[in-house]
Design a protein around this ligand. Structure first.
Ligand code: F6P
Length: 554
Protein backbone atom coordinates (compact mmCIF):
# COMPACT_ATOMS: atom_id res chain seq x y z
CA UNK A 1 0.00 0.00 0.00
CA UNK A 2 1.30 3.47 -0.85
CA UNK A 3 1.83 5.66 2.20
CA UNK A 4 -0.59 8.60 1.95
CA UNK A 5 2.26 11.10 1.79
CA UNK A 6 3.71 9.48 -1.36
CA UNK A 7 0.49 9.85 -3.34
CA UNK A 8 0.40 12.52 -6.08
CA UNK A 9 -2.71 14.10 -4.55
CA UNK A 10 -0.88 14.46 -1.21
CA UNK A 11 2.11 16.02 -2.93
CA UNK A 12 -0.24 18.39 -4.76
CA UNK A 13 -1.66 19.39 -1.37
CA UNK A 14 1.87 20.08 -0.08
CA UNK A 15 2.45 22.42 -3.01
CA UNK A 16 -0.97 23.99 -2.58
CA UNK A 17 -0.32 24.53 1.13
CA UNK A 18 2.79 26.55 0.30
CA UNK A 19 0.41 29.03 -1.33
CA UNK A 20 -2.70 29.01 0.82
CA UNK A 21 -0.87 28.42 4.12
CA UNK A 22 -0.15 32.14 4.39
CA UNK A 23 -3.60 33.35 3.30
CA UNK A 24 -5.74 34.69 6.15
CA UNK A 25 -9.39 33.74 6.61
CA UNK A 26 -10.12 37.48 6.43
CA UNK A 27 -8.83 37.47 2.84
CA UNK A 28 -10.68 34.30 1.93
CA UNK A 29 -13.98 35.74 3.20
CA UNK A 30 -13.34 39.11 1.56
CA UNK A 31 -12.67 37.42 -1.78
CA UNK A 32 -15.95 35.48 -1.75
CA UNK A 33 -19.02 37.11 -0.19
CA UNK A 34 -20.93 33.83 -0.54
CA UNK A 35 -18.32 31.78 1.28
CA UNK A 36 -20.37 31.49 4.47
CA UNK A 37 -23.26 29.83 2.66
CA UNK A 38 -21.29 28.03 -0.05
CA UNK A 39 -19.10 25.95 2.24
CA UNK A 40 -21.98 24.27 4.01
CA UNK A 41 -23.67 20.90 3.80
CA UNK A 42 -26.82 19.50 5.39
CA UNK A 43 -27.61 15.85 6.09
CA UNK A 44 -29.73 13.78 8.48
CA UNK A 45 -31.02 16.92 10.20
CA UNK A 46 -27.53 18.36 10.81
CA UNK A 47 -26.08 21.45 9.17
CA UNK A 48 -22.32 21.85 8.88
CA UNK A 49 -20.66 25.18 8.14
CA UNK A 50 -17.02 24.52 7.29
CA UNK A 51 -16.34 27.89 5.70
CA UNK A 52 -14.10 28.99 8.57
CA UNK A 53 -11.42 26.50 7.54
CA UNK A 54 -8.27 27.65 5.78
CA UNK A 55 -9.34 26.21 2.45
CA UNK A 56 -10.35 27.33 -1.00
CA UNK A 57 -11.88 25.52 -4.01
CA UNK A 58 -8.55 23.99 -4.88
CA UNK A 59 -8.07 22.62 -1.35
CA UNK A 60 -11.43 20.87 -1.44
CA UNK A 61 -10.77 19.56 -4.96
CA UNK A 62 -7.36 18.21 -3.94
CA UNK A 63 -8.64 16.67 -0.69
CA UNK A 64 -11.46 15.01 -2.65
CA UNK A 65 -8.92 13.73 -5.18
CA UNK A 66 -6.84 12.34 -2.31
CA UNK A 67 -9.93 10.57 -0.95
CA UNK A 68 -10.59 9.04 -4.38
CA UNK A 69 -6.94 8.07 -4.75
CA UNK A 70 -7.03 6.33 -1.35
CA UNK A 71 -10.15 4.45 -2.41
CA UNK A 72 -12.57 6.04 0.06
CA UNK A 73 -15.62 5.10 -1.96
CA UNK A 74 -14.48 1.46 -2.31
CA UNK A 75 -13.60 1.28 1.40
CA UNK A 76 -17.07 2.59 2.32
CA UNK A 77 -18.59 -0.13 0.11
CA UNK A 78 -16.36 -2.76 1.69
CA UNK A 79 -17.35 -1.72 5.22
CA UNK A 80 -21.10 -1.62 4.57
CA UNK A 81 -21.06 -4.96 2.75
CA UNK A 82 -19.36 -6.80 5.60
CA UNK A 83 -15.88 -7.37 4.16
CA UNK A 84 -13.28 -8.14 6.82
CA UNK A 85 -11.74 -4.66 6.67
CA UNK A 86 -10.35 -5.01 10.21
CA UNK A 87 -7.48 -6.95 8.72
CA UNK A 88 -5.28 -7.39 11.78
CA UNK A 89 -8.17 -9.10 13.60
CA UNK A 90 -9.75 -10.64 10.46
CA UNK A 91 -13.12 -9.11 11.27
CA UNK A 92 -15.94 -7.42 9.45
CA UNK A 93 -16.82 -3.95 10.71
CA UNK A 94 -20.58 -3.69 10.76
CA UNK A 95 -21.73 -1.21 13.36
CA UNK A 96 -23.87 0.19 10.52
CA UNK A 97 -25.84 -3.11 10.58
CA UNK A 98 -26.86 -2.26 14.17
CA UNK A 99 -29.07 0.47 12.80
CA UNK A 100 -30.10 -1.10 9.49
CA UNK A 101 -33.82 -1.12 8.80
CA UNK A 102 -35.55 -4.45 9.57
CA UNK A 103 -36.34 -5.11 5.91
CA UNK A 104 -32.65 -5.10 4.93
CA UNK A 105 -30.69 -8.34 4.63
CA UNK A 106 -26.95 -8.66 5.16
CA UNK A 107 -25.33 -12.05 5.13
CA UNK A 108 -22.05 -12.56 6.96
CA UNK A 109 -20.70 -16.10 7.25
CA UNK A 110 -24.08 -17.53 6.25
CA UNK A 111 -25.96 -15.52 8.89
CA UNK A 112 -28.33 -12.61 8.27
CA UNK A 113 -26.87 -10.16 10.76
CA UNK A 114 -29.74 -7.67 10.36
CA UNK A 115 -32.22 -10.32 11.50
CA UNK A 116 -29.98 -11.06 14.51
CA UNK A 117 -29.76 -7.37 15.35
CA UNK A 118 -33.53 -6.95 15.30
CA UNK A 119 -34.08 -10.07 17.37
CA UNK A 120 -31.69 -8.62 19.97
CA UNK A 121 -33.43 -5.23 19.82
CA UNK A 122 -36.77 -6.93 20.47
CA UNK A 123 -35.35 -8.69 23.53
CA UNK A 124 -33.85 -5.43 24.77
CA UNK A 125 -37.17 -3.63 24.27
CA UNK A 126 -39.13 -6.28 26.17
CA UNK A 127 -36.65 -6.24 29.06
CA UNK A 128 -36.49 -2.43 29.14
CA UNK A 129 -40.26 -2.19 29.34
CA UNK A 130 -40.29 -4.68 32.21
CA UNK A 131 -37.79 -2.58 34.13
CA UNK A 132 -39.42 0.74 33.27
CA UNK A 133 -42.92 -0.47 34.13
CA UNK A 134 -41.88 -2.25 37.31
CA UNK A 135 -42.94 -5.69 36.04
CA UNK A 136 -39.42 -7.03 36.57
CA UNK A 137 -39.15 -7.73 40.27
CA UNK A 138 -36.02 -8.07 42.30
CA UNK A 139 -35.31 -11.04 44.56
CA UNK A 140 -37.50 -9.72 47.38
CA UNK A 141 -40.36 -8.78 45.07
CA UNK A 142 -39.62 -5.05 44.85
CA UNK A 143 -39.38 -3.25 41.50
CA UNK A 144 -36.00 -2.08 40.19
CA UNK A 145 -35.32 1.63 40.74
CA UNK A 146 -31.55 1.83 40.25
CA UNK A 147 -29.59 0.53 37.28
CA UNK A 148 -25.80 0.36 37.39
CA UNK A 149 -23.91 -0.23 34.15
CA UNK A 150 -20.54 -1.86 34.75
CA UNK A 151 -18.20 -1.66 31.76
CA UNK A 152 -15.19 0.27 30.51
CA UNK A 153 -14.06 1.91 27.27
CA UNK A 154 -16.67 1.33 24.59
CA UNK A 155 -18.80 -0.58 27.09
CA UNK A 156 -19.08 2.57 29.20
CA UNK A 157 -18.36 5.77 27.28
CA UNK A 158 -21.21 5.45 24.76
CA UNK A 159 -23.82 4.58 27.42
CA UNK A 160 -22.56 7.37 29.73
CA UNK A 161 -22.54 9.93 26.94
CA UNK A 162 -25.98 8.90 25.64
CA UNK A 163 -27.51 8.85 29.14
CA UNK A 164 -26.32 12.38 29.76
CA UNK A 165 -27.21 13.57 26.25
CA UNK A 166 -30.73 12.14 26.38
CA UNK A 167 -31.49 12.76 30.04
CA UNK A 168 -34.35 15.03 28.94
CA UNK A 169 -36.11 11.98 27.46
CA UNK A 170 -35.39 9.63 30.34
CA UNK A 171 -37.80 8.14 32.85
CA UNK A 172 -36.88 10.21 35.85
CA UNK A 173 -37.89 7.77 38.57
CA UNK A 174 -35.20 5.39 37.32
CA UNK A 175 -31.74 6.20 38.57
CA UNK A 176 -28.89 5.21 36.22
CA UNK A 177 -25.28 5.03 37.36
CA UNK A 178 -22.08 3.96 35.65
CA UNK A 179 -19.05 2.21 37.05
CA UNK A 180 -15.97 1.83 34.86
CA UNK A 181 -12.82 2.49 36.87
CA UNK A 182 -11.23 -0.40 38.73
CA UNK A 183 -10.60 2.12 41.51
CA UNK A 184 -12.91 0.70 44.20
CA UNK A 185 -14.14 4.20 44.92
CA UNK A 186 -16.22 4.11 41.73
CA UNK A 187 -18.30 1.13 42.86
CA UNK A 188 -18.35 2.20 46.50
CA UNK A 189 -19.75 5.63 45.63
CA UNK A 190 -22.22 4.20 43.11
CA UNK A 191 -23.71 1.78 45.65
CA UNK A 192 -23.28 3.49 49.01
CA UNK A 193 -26.86 4.81 49.28
CA UNK A 194 -28.60 1.98 47.43
CA UNK A 195 -30.85 -0.88 48.40
CA UNK A 196 -29.66 -4.01 46.57
CA UNK A 197 -33.25 -5.26 46.49
CA UNK A 198 -34.08 -2.46 44.03
CA UNK A 199 -30.81 -2.41 42.06
CA UNK A 200 -30.03 -4.03 38.72
CA UNK A 201 -26.47 -4.43 37.42
CA UNK A 202 -25.82 -4.56 33.68
CA UNK A 203 -22.37 -6.06 33.17
CA UNK A 204 -21.25 -4.89 29.74
CA UNK A 205 -18.17 -6.40 28.17
CA UNK A 206 -17.83 -7.56 24.61
CA UNK A 207 -15.04 -9.97 25.53
CA UNK A 208 -16.14 -10.53 29.13
CA UNK A 209 -12.43 -10.80 29.89
CA UNK A 210 -11.70 -7.17 30.75
CA UNK A 211 -10.10 -7.18 34.19
CA UNK A 212 -11.61 -3.90 35.38
CA UNK A 213 -15.15 -4.93 34.45
CA UNK A 214 -14.94 -8.45 35.88
CA UNK A 215 -13.35 -7.17 39.08
CA UNK A 216 -16.11 -4.60 39.53
CA UNK A 217 -18.79 -7.16 38.61
CA UNK A 218 -17.48 -9.58 41.26
CA UNK A 219 -17.39 -6.80 43.85
CA UNK A 220 -20.95 -5.79 42.87
CA UNK A 221 -22.12 -9.38 43.27
CA UNK A 222 -20.51 -9.54 46.71
CA UNK A 223 -22.21 -6.24 47.67
CA UNK A 224 -25.54 -7.57 46.45
CA UNK A 225 -25.17 -10.85 48.33
CA UNK A 226 -24.12 -9.08 51.52
CA UNK A 227 -27.54 -7.38 51.48
CA UNK A 228 -29.70 -10.15 50.04
CA UNK A 229 -27.92 -13.19 51.49
CA UNK A 230 -29.04 -15.60 48.78
CA UNK A 231 -27.12 -16.75 45.65
CA UNK A 232 -30.45 -17.01 43.83
CA UNK A 233 -30.67 -13.19 43.97
CA UNK A 234 -28.00 -12.89 41.28
CA UNK A 235 -30.48 -14.04 38.63
CA UNK A 236 -32.83 -11.13 39.42
CA UNK A 237 -30.18 -8.44 39.84
CA UNK A 238 -27.56 -9.14 37.16
CA UNK A 239 -27.79 -9.17 33.39
CA UNK A 240 -24.89 -9.21 30.94
CA UNK A 241 -24.12 -7.90 27.49
CA UNK A 242 -21.39 -9.84 25.75
CA UNK A 243 -20.25 -11.61 22.61
CA UNK A 244 -19.27 -14.57 24.78
CA UNK A 245 -22.20 -16.44 26.35
CA UNK A 246 -19.67 -18.99 27.69
CA UNK A 247 -17.79 -16.32 29.61
CA UNK A 248 -20.97 -14.83 31.08
CA UNK A 249 -22.15 -18.33 32.09
CA UNK A 250 -18.78 -18.94 33.72
CA UNK A 251 -19.33 -15.73 35.69
CA UNK A 252 -22.76 -16.96 36.76
CA UNK A 253 -25.08 -15.02 34.47
CA UNK A 254 -27.35 -17.38 32.54
CA UNK A 255 -27.85 -17.21 28.76
CA UNK A 256 -31.42 -16.00 29.28
CA UNK A 257 -30.01 -12.97 31.09
CA UNK A 258 -27.31 -12.29 28.50
CA UNK A 259 -27.87 -9.90 25.62
CA UNK A 260 -25.78 -10.64 22.54
CA UNK A 261 -23.02 -8.79 20.76
CA UNK A 262 -21.01 -9.88 17.76
CA UNK A 263 -17.34 -9.79 16.86
CA UNK A 264 -18.13 -7.44 13.96
CA UNK A 265 -19.04 -4.66 16.42
CA UNK A 266 -16.02 -2.80 17.75
CA UNK A 267 -16.29 -1.68 21.39
CA UNK A 268 -16.09 2.03 20.55
CA UNK A 269 -18.73 1.58 17.82
CA UNK A 270 -21.17 -0.35 20.00
CA UNK A 271 -23.55 2.13 21.60
CA UNK A 272 -26.35 1.16 19.17
CA UNK A 273 -26.04 -2.50 20.19
CA UNK A 274 -27.14 -4.15 23.44
CA UNK A 275 -24.28 -2.19 25.03
CA UNK A 276 -26.92 0.56 24.84
CA UNK A 277 -29.31 -1.41 27.07
CA UNK A 278 -28.97 1.18 29.84
CA UNK A 279 -29.79 3.89 27.27
CA UNK A 280 -32.90 2.02 26.20
CA UNK A 281 -33.99 1.48 29.81
CA UNK A 282 -33.57 5.21 30.45
CA UNK A 283 -35.26 6.62 27.34
CA UNK A 284 -37.50 3.72 26.27
CA UNK A 285 -37.51 1.63 23.09
CA UNK A 286 -39.23 4.26 20.91
CA UNK A 287 -36.64 6.93 21.60
CA UNK A 288 -33.90 4.32 21.16
CA UNK A 289 -35.33 3.54 17.72
CA UNK A 290 -35.17 7.28 16.93
CA UNK A 291 -31.50 7.23 17.90
CA UNK A 292 -30.93 4.35 15.47
CA UNK A 293 -32.90 6.18 12.77
CA UNK A 294 -30.62 9.22 13.11
CA UNK A 295 -27.57 7.01 12.75
CA UNK A 296 -29.11 5.26 9.75
CA UNK A 297 -29.89 8.58 8.05
CA UNK A 298 -26.23 9.61 8.38
CA UNK A 299 -25.08 6.14 7.26
CA UNK A 300 -27.15 6.46 4.08
CA UNK A 301 -25.80 9.92 3.40
CA UNK A 302 -22.21 8.75 3.91
CA UNK A 303 -22.75 5.78 1.67
CA UNK A 304 -24.28 7.65 -1.25
CA UNK A 305 -23.40 11.37 -1.25
CA UNK A 306 -20.56 12.47 -3.54
CA UNK A 307 -17.38 13.22 -1.62
CA UNK A 308 -17.63 16.98 -2.22
CA UNK A 309 -21.12 17.01 -0.61
CA UNK A 310 -20.53 14.25 1.92
CA UNK A 311 -20.60 15.61 5.47
CA UNK A 312 -18.56 12.91 7.25
CA UNK A 313 -16.08 12.67 4.38
CA UNK A 314 -15.58 16.45 4.39
CA UNK A 315 -15.20 16.56 8.16
CA UNK A 316 -12.62 13.78 7.98
CA UNK A 317 -10.71 15.37 5.11
CA UNK A 318 -10.63 18.70 6.92
CA UNK A 319 -9.22 16.92 9.97
CA UNK A 320 -6.45 15.48 7.78
CA UNK A 321 -5.81 18.93 6.27
CA UNK A 322 -5.60 20.62 9.67
CA UNK A 323 -3.53 17.83 11.16
CA UNK A 324 -1.03 17.04 8.42
CA UNK A 325 -0.78 20.25 6.44
CA UNK A 326 -1.52 23.02 8.97
CA UNK A 327 0.28 21.12 11.75
CA UNK A 328 -2.54 21.09 14.31
CA UNK A 329 -1.87 18.25 16.75
CA UNK A 330 -5.12 18.54 18.67
CA UNK A 331 -8.78 19.07 17.95
CA UNK A 332 -11.25 20.69 20.35
CA UNK A 333 -14.90 19.63 20.44
CA UNK A 334 -17.03 22.33 22.03
CA UNK A 335 -20.72 21.51 22.41
CA UNK A 336 -22.82 24.53 23.34
CA UNK A 337 -25.29 22.15 24.93
CA UNK A 338 -24.96 21.07 28.54
CA UNK A 339 -26.45 17.65 27.81
CA UNK A 340 -23.48 16.91 25.52
CA UNK A 341 -20.97 17.32 28.33
CA UNK A 342 -19.63 13.77 27.89
CA UNK A 343 -19.39 13.94 24.08
CA UNK A 344 -15.69 14.97 24.08
CA UNK A 345 -14.78 11.97 26.28
CA UNK A 346 -16.75 9.67 24.01
CA UNK A 347 -15.05 11.10 20.93
CA UNK A 348 -11.63 10.68 22.51
CA UNK A 349 -11.95 6.90 22.45
CA UNK A 350 -13.69 6.87 19.08
CA UNK A 351 -11.03 8.98 17.43
CA UNK A 352 -7.82 8.18 19.25
CA UNK A 353 -8.27 4.43 19.75
CA UNK A 354 -9.27 4.17 16.08
CA UNK A 355 -6.58 6.23 14.42
CA UNK A 356 -3.81 6.55 16.99
CA UNK A 357 -1.67 4.24 14.86
CA UNK A 358 1.91 4.37 13.60
CA UNK A 359 1.79 1.80 10.81
CA UNK A 360 -0.47 1.22 7.82
CA UNK A 361 -2.59 -1.88 7.34
CA UNK A 362 0.46 -3.44 5.66
CA UNK A 363 2.61 -2.76 8.71
CA UNK A 364 4.65 -0.02 7.02
CA UNK A 365 5.36 3.30 8.80
CA UNK A 366 2.52 5.72 8.02
CA UNK A 367 4.92 8.51 7.08
CA UNK A 368 2.66 11.33 8.36
CA UNK A 369 0.82 12.41 11.48
CA UNK A 370 -2.26 10.33 12.33
CA UNK A 371 -5.05 10.91 14.84
CA UNK A 372 -5.35 14.35 16.39
CA UNK A 373 -5.64 14.50 20.18
CA UNK A 374 -9.30 15.18 20.90
CA UNK A 375 -10.42 17.17 23.90
CA UNK A 376 -13.12 19.61 24.87
CA UNK A 377 -15.72 20.87 27.28
CA UNK A 378 -19.18 22.32 26.90
CA UNK A 379 -19.40 26.01 26.08
CA UNK A 380 -19.57 28.49 27.68
CA UNK A 381 -17.52 26.95 30.50
CA UNK A 382 -14.43 26.52 28.32
CA UNK A 383 -14.49 30.22 27.44
CA UNK A 384 -13.55 31.02 31.02
CA UNK A 385 -10.79 28.48 31.09
CA UNK A 386 -8.83 27.30 28.03
CA UNK A 387 -10.22 29.54 25.28
CA UNK A 388 -7.43 32.03 26.07
CA UNK A 389 -5.03 29.55 24.49
CA UNK A 390 -7.37 28.96 21.55
CA UNK A 391 -7.42 32.69 20.77
CA UNK A 392 -3.92 33.86 21.59
CA UNK A 393 -1.77 30.79 22.27
CA UNK A 394 1.02 29.66 20.00
CA UNK A 395 -0.68 26.41 19.01
CA UNK A 396 -3.27 25.95 16.31
CA UNK A 397 -6.34 24.16 17.68
CA UNK A 398 -9.13 23.57 15.17
CA UNK A 399 -12.50 23.60 16.93
CA UNK A 400 -15.81 21.90 16.28
CA UNK A 401 -18.66 23.99 17.67
CA UNK A 402 -21.96 22.19 18.15
CA UNK A 403 -25.20 24.05 18.86
CA UNK A 404 -28.97 23.76 18.63
CA UNK A 405 -31.76 26.11 17.54
CA UNK A 406 -33.89 25.27 20.55
CA UNK A 407 -33.08 24.51 24.14
CA UNK A 408 -34.72 21.52 25.77
CA UNK A 409 -35.15 23.67 28.86
CA UNK A 410 -36.35 27.06 27.64
CA UNK A 411 -36.07 29.70 30.33
CA UNK A 412 -38.04 32.86 29.59
CA UNK A 413 -36.59 36.10 30.91
CA UNK A 414 -38.95 36.22 33.88
CA UNK A 415 -37.76 32.82 35.08
CA UNK A 416 -41.08 30.98 34.62
CA UNK A 417 -40.99 27.87 32.44
CA UNK A 418 -43.60 28.83 29.82
CA UNK A 419 -42.70 27.58 26.34
CA UNK A 420 -44.31 30.35 24.38
CA UNK A 421 -42.02 33.28 25.05
CA UNK A 422 -38.52 33.83 23.69
CA UNK A 423 -35.75 31.88 25.35
CA UNK A 424 -33.22 34.66 25.92
CA UNK A 425 -30.92 32.42 27.87
CA UNK A 426 -30.56 30.09 24.90
CA UNK A 427 -29.99 33.11 22.64
CA UNK A 428 -27.17 34.12 24.95
CA UNK A 429 -25.64 30.65 24.80
CA UNK A 430 -25.75 30.57 21.01
CA UNK A 431 -24.50 34.16 20.74
CA UNK A 432 -21.41 32.95 22.55
CA UNK A 433 -20.94 30.06 20.13
CA UNK A 434 -21.14 32.33 17.10
CA UNK A 435 -18.90 34.92 18.75
CA UNK A 436 -16.19 32.37 19.54
CA UNK A 437 -16.04 31.00 16.02
CA UNK A 438 -16.03 34.54 14.59
CA UNK A 439 -13.30 35.75 16.94
CA UNK A 440 -11.14 32.72 16.20
CA UNK A 441 -11.44 33.21 12.45
CA UNK A 442 -11.14 36.97 12.13
CA UNK A 443 -9.39 38.10 15.30
CA UNK A 444 -8.54 41.74 15.85
CA UNK A 445 -5.64 43.55 14.20
CA UNK A 446 -3.23 45.93 15.91
CA UNK A 447 -4.80 48.84 14.00
CA UNK A 448 -8.24 47.89 15.24
CA UNK A 449 -6.90 47.71 18.78
CA UNK A 450 -5.20 51.13 18.47
CA UNK A 451 -8.39 52.62 17.06
CA UNK A 452 -10.04 51.73 20.36
CA UNK A 453 -7.55 53.97 22.15
CA UNK A 454 -5.61 51.15 23.77
CA UNK A 455 -2.18 52.34 25.05
CA UNK A 456 0.65 51.26 22.74
CA UNK A 457 2.28 49.04 25.39
CA UNK A 458 -0.88 46.99 25.64
CA UNK A 459 -1.52 46.68 21.92
CA UNK A 460 0.38 43.35 21.46
CA UNK A 461 -1.55 41.89 24.38
CA UNK A 462 -4.88 42.90 22.90
CA UNK A 463 -4.22 41.65 19.36
CA UNK A 464 -5.98 38.51 18.16
CA UNK A 465 -4.26 37.17 15.10
CA UNK A 466 -7.30 35.10 14.08
CA UNK A 467 -7.03 32.65 11.16
CA UNK A 468 -7.93 29.80 13.51
CA UNK A 469 -10.11 27.22 11.81
CA UNK A 470 -13.41 25.89 13.08
CA UNK A 471 -16.45 23.93 11.99
CA UNK A 472 -19.93 24.74 13.24
CA UNK A 473 -22.60 22.07 13.46
CA UNK A 474 -26.21 23.09 14.03
CA UNK A 475 -29.43 21.13 14.47
CA UNK A 476 -32.95 22.10 15.49
CA UNK A 477 -32.85 20.51 18.92
CA UNK A 478 -31.06 17.71 20.72
CA UNK A 479 -33.29 14.73 20.04
CA UNK A 480 -32.36 11.03 20.01
CA UNK A 481 -32.39 11.29 16.20
CA UNK A 482 -29.99 14.26 16.23
CA UNK A 483 -27.65 12.49 18.65
CA UNK A 484 -27.64 9.40 16.43
CA UNK A 485 -26.80 11.49 13.37
CA UNK A 486 -24.04 13.28 15.29
CA UNK A 487 -22.43 10.06 16.52
CA UNK A 488 -22.57 8.45 13.06
CA UNK A 489 -21.12 11.65 11.58
CA UNK A 490 -18.05 11.39 13.79
CA UNK A 491 -17.77 7.63 13.29
CA UNK A 492 -17.61 8.10 9.54
CA UNK A 493 -15.31 11.10 9.78
CA UNK A 494 -12.90 8.93 11.78
CA UNK A 495 -13.30 6.20 9.14
CA UNK A 496 -12.45 8.69 6.38
CA UNK A 497 -9.31 9.83 8.21
CA UNK A 498 -8.24 6.22 8.68
CA UNK A 499 -8.71 5.50 4.98
CA UNK A 500 -6.50 8.46 4.04
CA UNK A 501 -3.76 7.39 6.46
CA UNK A 502 -4.17 3.75 5.40
CA UNK A 503 -4.40 2.51 8.99
CA UNK A 504 -6.62 -0.19 10.49
CA UNK A 505 -9.09 2.01 12.39
CA UNK A 506 -10.73 -0.97 14.06
CA UNK A 507 -7.99 -2.68 16.04
CA UNK A 508 -6.39 -1.42 19.28
CA UNK A 509 -3.14 -3.31 19.81
CA UNK A 510 -1.73 -0.29 21.59
CA UNK A 511 -3.66 -1.10 24.75
CA UNK A 512 -2.09 -4.55 25.15
CA UNK A 513 1.40 -3.90 26.57
CA UNK A 514 0.05 -1.96 29.54
CA UNK A 515 -2.48 -4.73 30.27
CA UNK A 516 0.24 -7.41 30.29
CA UNK A 517 2.55 -5.40 32.55
CA UNK A 518 -0.32 -4.56 34.90
CA UNK A 519 -1.21 -8.24 35.21
CA UNK A 520 2.39 -9.14 36.04
CA UNK A 521 2.69 -6.28 38.53
CA UNK A 522 -0.67 -7.06 40.15
CA UNK A 523 0.53 -10.63 40.76
CA UNK A 524 3.71 -9.25 42.35
CA UNK A 525 1.75 -6.87 44.58
CA UNK A 526 -0.61 -9.63 45.64
CA UNK A 527 2.18 -12.13 46.39
CA UNK A 528 3.82 -12.56 49.75
CA UNK A 529 7.28 -12.38 48.18
CA UNK A 530 8.60 -8.91 49.04
CA UNK A 531 11.70 -9.32 46.87
CA UNK A 532 12.62 -6.41 44.66
CA UNK A 533 10.62 -7.09 41.48
CA UNK A 534 12.26 -7.43 38.05
CA UNK A 535 11.56 -4.03 36.56
CA UNK A 536 13.57 -1.02 35.52
CA UNK A 537 15.04 0.91 38.45
CA UNK A 538 12.31 3.55 38.46
CA UNK A 539 9.37 1.14 38.38
CA UNK A 540 10.99 -1.20 40.91
CA UNK A 541 11.61 1.67 43.35
CA UNK A 542 8.07 2.98 42.94
CA UNK A 543 6.65 -0.47 43.66
CA UNK A 544 8.78 -0.73 46.78
CA UNK A 545 7.66 2.73 47.89
CA UNK A 546 4.03 1.73 47.29
CA UNK A 547 4.48 -1.40 49.41
CA UNK A 548 5.76 0.75 52.27
CA UNK A 549 2.98 3.30 51.91
CA UNK A 550 0.21 0.73 51.89
CA UNK A 551 1.44 -0.63 55.24
CA UNK A 552 1.60 2.75 56.96
CA UNK A 553 -1.03 3.62 59.53
CA UNK A 554 -3.62 6.13 58.24
O1 F6P B 1 -8.69 -2.20 26.20
C1 F6P B 1 -9.37 -1.51 25.23
C2 F6P B 1 -10.71 -2.12 24.97
O2 F6P B 1 -10.57 -3.34 24.33
C3 F6P B 1 -11.62 -1.19 24.18
O3 F6P B 1 -11.38 -1.25 22.84
C4 F6P B 1 -12.96 -1.68 24.60
O4 F6P B 1 -13.96 -0.74 24.31
C5 F6P B 1 -12.74 -1.87 26.08
O5 F6P B 1 -11.42 -2.36 26.18
C6 F6P B 1 -13.70 -2.78 26.77
O6 F6P B 1 -13.69 -4.06 26.21
P1 F6P B 1 -14.80 -5.11 26.59
O7 F6P B 1 -16.12 -4.58 26.11
O8 F6P B 1 -14.41 -6.37 25.89
O9 F6P B 1 -14.79 -5.27 28.08
Amino acid sequence: MNAASTRPAWQALVTHHAHIGSVHLRELFAADPKRGTRWTVSAAGLHLDYSKNRIDDETVALLSALARDCGLRERIGAMFSGEAINTTEHRAVLHTALRASPDERLWVGGVDVVAEVHAALARMAAFSEQIRGGAWRGHTGLPIRHVINIGIGGSDLGPVMAHEALRHYSQRDLDLRFVSNVDGTALAEATRDLDAAQTLFIVCSKSFRTVETLTNARAARAWCLRQLSDEAAVARHFVAVSASAEATAEFGIAAAQTFPLWDWVGGRYSMASAIGLSTMIAIGPDHFRDLLAGMRAMDEHFRHAPIERNMPALLGLLAVWNNDFLGAATQAVLPYEQYLSRLPAYLQQLTMESNGKHVTRDGEPVGCGTSPIVWGEPGTNGQHSFHQLLHQGTRLVPCDFIGFGQSLNPLPADGSRAHDSRDRQHDLLMANLFAQAEALAFGKTADEVRAEGVPEALVPHRVFEGNRPSNTLLARRLTPHALGALVALYEHSVFTQGVIWGVDSFDQWGVELGKVLAEKTAAELAGADQARPAHDSSTAALIQRYRQLREERP
